[in-house]
Design a protein around this ligand. Structure first.
Ligand code: IPM
Ligand code: MG
Length: 360
């Protein structure tokens, strides 16, 4: 059976990094006989320019028909002035919510070769392997009502709604606990239950679900403390589970522990394991078109896709090992470069991963 992948290059460095991931996918496809079938569509600013909207119908139809989606990144200053409802980011949020991709997995793993690239001391981060499970289709990102209104006194007021239903919380809790079972059996749920009712409920439901997993240890932490603990002693964590906005913020922070956000892949899954895979980083418009972006997060996202959606663990392992091998060879894009290492371009990095794959 063919495996249908929809590729969405997006904006900024998106097309450059996607190009490398697609090169790598074609090589593993023939090496492991995966029968991959790749198609492409527009999302984000590129879609706004071509069609006037960030998520064209055609893209959504193709995404629904695909088994998995591989995304580069969306957004950029060019589209910053567009009204909120038509911004490139809305295309991304639209795909996430239309495909019901509620479970966002963001692993933060420090490659030993990159211990020096982290801004934290090597002893704090060496061996780091944590997984952030972020709820992706609810919370304040999607809550209604939302908007900017003018009050009677003429002053404008902006408002959003932070809302989670029990079933939404339960669903993401199960994902976190199930994944903890494949790891170190610890879940830390992040909330702000000292202030926000929605997260009082969040904490309650986490406790309830935990009863079904007596072999997994559940702890709770306020988000402000979690932000601090992540830089103080990140290795205390195994799986962190949290809502959409806290997860957005903490995953950027966790990414930096690993040296560069340019290394981190992510998976966004629906209830059946269908998924969209994308690097955690953004479209980096400041370096777009220069051929210096790090393609490894996107290449590793493609590996996650093979593992989670297609259950092709061997092919996923091969990609991850090839990435580790190019780091051993001291090849570095600018974001992870340090004295004595060899600085390479986006495409040279992709080629090196392919060479390592072919040699294995
Ligand atoms: C992310 C990004 C997105 C988010 C933006 C681009 C809408 O920051 O995937 O973390 O906030 O979810
Ligand atoms: Mg983010």
């Amino acid at each position: 059976m063919t495996k249908k992948i929809l590729v969405l290059p997006g904006d900024g460095i998106g097309p450059e990094i996607i190009n490398e991931a697609v090169k790598v996918l074609k090589v593993v496809d023939s090496k492991f006989d995966l029968a991959l079938e790749l198609d492409e569509a527009l999302l984000g600013g590129a879609a706004v320019d071509a069609t006037g909207v960030p998520m064209p119908e055609e893209t959504l139809t193709k995404a629904k028909a695909a088994d998995a989606v591989l995304l580069g990144a969306v957004g950029g200053p060019k589209w910053d002035k567009i009204e909120t409802a038509n911004r490139p980011e809305r295309g991304l949020l639209g795909i996430r919510s239309n495909l019901k991709l509620f479970a966002n997995l963001r692993p933060a793993i420090l490659y030993p070769q990159l211990a020096d690239a982290s801004s934290l001391k090597p002893e704090i981060v060496s061996g780091l392997d944590i997984l952030i499970v972020r709820e992706l289709t609810g919370g304040i990102y999607f809550g209604q009502p939302r908007g900017i209104r003018t009050l009677e006194n003429g002053e404008r007021e902006g408002f959003n709604t932070y809302v989670y239903s029990e079933s939404e919380i339960r669903r993401i809790a199960h994902v976190a606990f199930d994944l903890a079972r494949q790891r170190n059996r610890k879940v830390c749920s992040i909330d702000k239950s000292n202030v926000l009712e929605v997260t009082v409920l969040w904490r309650d439901v986490m406790e309830e679900v935990a009863k079904e997993y007596p072999d997994v240890e559940l702890s709770h932490m306020y988000v402000d403390n979690a932000a601090m603990q992540l830089v103080r002693a990140p290795k205390q964590f195994d799986v962190l589970v949290t809502g959409n906005m806290f997860g957005d913020i903490l995953s950027d922070e966790a990414a930096m522990l690993t040296g560069s956000i340019g290394m981190l892949p992510s998976a966004s899954l629906d209830i059946n394991g269908k998924g969209m895979y994308e690097p955690c980083h953004g479209s980096a418009p400041d370096i777009a078109g220069q051929g210096i972006a790090n393609p490894l997060a996107t290449i590793l996202s493609a590996a996650m896709m093979l593992r989670y959606t297609f259950k092709e663990g061997e092919a996923a392992d091969a990609i991850e090992q090839a990435v580790s091998k190019v780091l051993d060879q001291q090849l570095r894009t600018a974001d992870i470069w340090s004295e004595g290492m060899q600085k390479v371009s986006t495409s040279a990095m992709g080629d090196a991963v392919i060479a390592a794959l072919q040699a294995s």
